[in-house]
Design a protein around this ligand. Structure first.
Ligand SMILES: Cc1cc2nc3c(=O)[nH]c(=O)nc-3n(C[C@H](O)[C@H](O)[C@H](O)COP(=O)(O)OP(=O)(O)OC[C@H]3O[C@@H](n4cnc5c(N)ncnc54)[C@H](O)[C@@H]3O)c2cc1C
Length: 617
């Protein structure tokens, strides 16, 4: 046995003995809240892993055997989210001439951000980077912007449901290798699960580490709850861990989420010593991440345009693309075309002739999940936790005080919470369609939850009913708190179609980057790659699509087609061709993004995706 592993096993055994004896826990563990260190941490070693080496090999291919030489291609990439930009970056590295056509006036898609009238940044989503994001880490290195990641201490912070105002943590002890560091972190935490529950949880998850992807893929037909019941996991694991995990991973409840998603995340994160270590970008994504990608693309001969929405795809007789037509009539002719559109938009522009091809028909099985991202500015500083917090509350998923975690939004005196509100509709497991509710309703509900999360800090404020309820703290009732922190401003960003809904059975329908059309490839985080619908997934998918295009240009090998389900092939054989409904509208929501709602956006959503506005509750 390797000495590192032996040492780790000894530590785990010692910890187990400690837990079994119910020895009093060190103060640092019982009072996790007071031990969170308010500083950024050095970049962990995320480079000495197989996934990172694999990602690096692919990056290197673009500069070696995939170099275009005299086979340079003009490539039109539709969509300037992370995936489209990644595709363009790697194609330009290979010496091709990519041009990105982005519909909106800002790049980034689901990571886009903009400033409001006061100059405050509004983000489409609260975004966290993980050590186990190998292609993203490699990209930061290639762009020489690694110093823009603000690494946080290696732990996970959970709000305590039964003890409002209290937090508990999974602490990853430096020097203990994965997956033992995670096992130890769970063993040492005595607030969330009993030892018996912990021991019952481990065996069903072991095949994930031993058998790997095959076992993981085989669980896709099961929801997280189905899996738990099948393998006799205690129900409390769901309440204590899986609800917050599912909501953080896909904005969805565990009875709706495919177990493959949880296992995939665990497998990626738990196989690397620093896989679960988290980082915040030091500012808004368009400036701090998209802009350096654009610089790299342009330096190598590519171009990036905003406010160029694609209207339709026109085909040659043989079904290949003749040109794409932008809104306003501009025609784009290229050697190769790549869609970096979100799946919901892509489905609207698939040409009639392609609509009965199994490859495109399988897209019917995928759709984006709604989510809401909130910004709440307070007039005082709340308890500063310099980390992502899992709220474990019914309406909220994760949140962070961006005035503490992120340099660009830093404020010593006032907090700005960014919170992910989920599940926010029935498809995600909720019983209320919050997308259809007013901003006021959403903020009212959130203030009630915050009063519970911060019982000694959020002011009792007659504007928000939930803050006026009696609160409990450490078992006692709290008096009203008129001098607490008051909400001074908020922004509600609705993303009616965000990442693809990873409900059971979807993984098999995620299309390969290579399409059956000779001059057309696909990317976007929903396409087939091993990193779920995430920023890492978007970057990897863009890189894989670039590989398909670059390899075709020089006659080299690239990943091939993915098997399409027989029932899709059968249905496609008898399906009637469908005319594309087209990508209409001018707002972020029309392009698969998110925005603060006004009447114009609401009207567009009504026209395109009316189901999103059906009130349920
Ligand atoms: C609230 C929220 C929180 C999230 N948190 C995390 C997180 O913590 N960690 C993580 O890894 N991931 C997170 N994600 C997921 C992550 O943001 C996405 O997986 C990723 O950004 C998707 O990138 P993409 O390029 O595949 O798609 P998109 O970002 O959707 O890009 C598609 C682009 O195509 C453009 N487009 C659409 N129609 C047209 C058209 N007709 N013509 C031209 N262009 C068009 C769009 O404007 C957009 O720019 C979060 C997402 C949300 C919504």
């Amino acid at each position: 046995m390797a000495p590192r592993t032996a040492r780790a096993l000894l530590c785990v055994a010692a910890a187990a003995a400690l837990v079994a004896k119910r020895a009093p826990l060190p103060r640092s563990i019982t009072r996790a809240r007071s031990t969170i260190v308010m500083k950024d941490f050095p970049q962990p070693n995320v480079f000495d892993t197989d996934p990172y080496r694999e990602g690096s090999r692919l990056s290197d291919r673009f500069k070696t055997d995939l170099q275009a030489g005299d086979k340079k291609k003009k490539v039109a990439i539709i969509g300037g989210g992370l995936s489209g930009l990644s595709c363009a970056k790697y194609l330009s590295d290979a010496g091709h001439e990519p041009t990105v056509y982005e519909a909106r006036d800002v790049l980034g898609g689901k990571v886009s951000a903009w400033q409001d009238a006061d100059g405050d940044w509004i983000e489409t989503g609260l975004h966290i980077f993980f050590g186990a994001y190998p292609n993203m880490m490699r990209l930061f290195k290639e762009l020489d912007i690694e110093d823009r990641l603000q690494w946080k201490v290696h732990k996970m912070v959970f709000a305590m449901q039964e003890l409002p105002g209290e937090f508990t943590t999974f602490d990853f002890i430096p020097g203990i290798p994965a997956p033992f560091n995670f096992g130890l972190a769970i063993l040492l935490n005595q607030k969330m699960l009993t030892l018996g529950e912990k021991l019952q949880t481990a065996p069903p998850l072991l095949p994930m580490l031993v058998e790997g992807q095959e076992f993981i893929d085989a669980q896709d037909e099961l929801s997280v709850l189905d899996f738990m019941r099948k393998y006799g996991m205690p129900e409390r694991i769901n309440e204590e861990v899986f609800i917050s995990m599912a909501k953080a991973l896909d904005f969805i409840d565990p009875d709706k989420l495919s177990m493959t998603v949880v296992l995939t995340a665990m497998n990626r994160f738990l196989n690397e010593d620093n896989g679960l270590q988290m980082a915040f970008l030091d500012g808004n994504q368009p400036d701090r991440l998209c802009a350096p990608m654009v610089e790299s693309i342009e330096r190598n001969g590519g171009k990036v345009f905003c406010e160029k929405p694609m209207e339709r795809i026109e085909l040659n007789e043989d079904g290949s693309i003749k040109k794409v037509v932008l809104r306003g009539g501009e025609e784009v002719v290229a050697d190769e075309y790549v869609s970096a559109l979100p799946v919901d938009v892509l489905k609207r522009v698939v040409p009639e002739k392609w609509s009965t091809m199994p490859y495109f028909k399988q897209l019917d099985e995928l759709e984006g999940i709604p989510v809401i991202n909130l910004h709440m500015w307070f007039d005082k500083k709340l308890t500063t936790i310099d980390h992502l917090c899992f709220s474990r509350s019914p309406l909220l998923s994760v949140y962070a005080d961006m005035s503490t975690t992120c340099k660009e939004y830093a404020d010593d005196d006032k907090s700005m919470l960014e919170l992910v509100f989920a599940p926010c509709s029935p498809i995600a497991g909720g019983d209320t369609n919050w997308i259809a509710k007013s901003d006021e309703d959403i903020i009212q509900a959130t203030m009630g939850e915050l009063a519970r999360l911060f019982p000694t800090e959020i002011a009792s404020d007659p504007r928000y009913e939930g803050t006026m309820k009696p609160r409990t703290f450490e078992g006692g009732a709290l008096p009203e708190l008129p001098d607490g922190a008051k909400l001074r401003k908020s922004a509600v960003v609705r993303v009616p179609r965000s990442v693809y809904a990873a409900i059971p059975g979807r993984n098999k329908y995620r299309p390969s980057q290579k399409s059956p059309i000779d001059n057309f490839s696909l990317c976007g985080c929903f396409t087939s790659q091993k990193f779920l619908g995430s920023m890492e997934g978007a970057i990897l998918a863009g890189k894989l699509a670039a590989e398909v295009v670059a390899a075709r240009a020089v006659g080299a090998d690239a990943p091939g087609d993915k098997v399409i389900q027989q029932h899709v092939i059968d249905e496609a054989a008898t399906a009637s061709p469908k005319k594309p409904v087209g990508c209409k509208g001018r707002t972020a929501v029309a392009f698969g993004g998110g925005y603060t709602f006004d009447q114009a956006i609401k009207r567009e959503l009504e026209g395109q995706d009316a189901v999103q506005l059906t009130p349920l509750n």
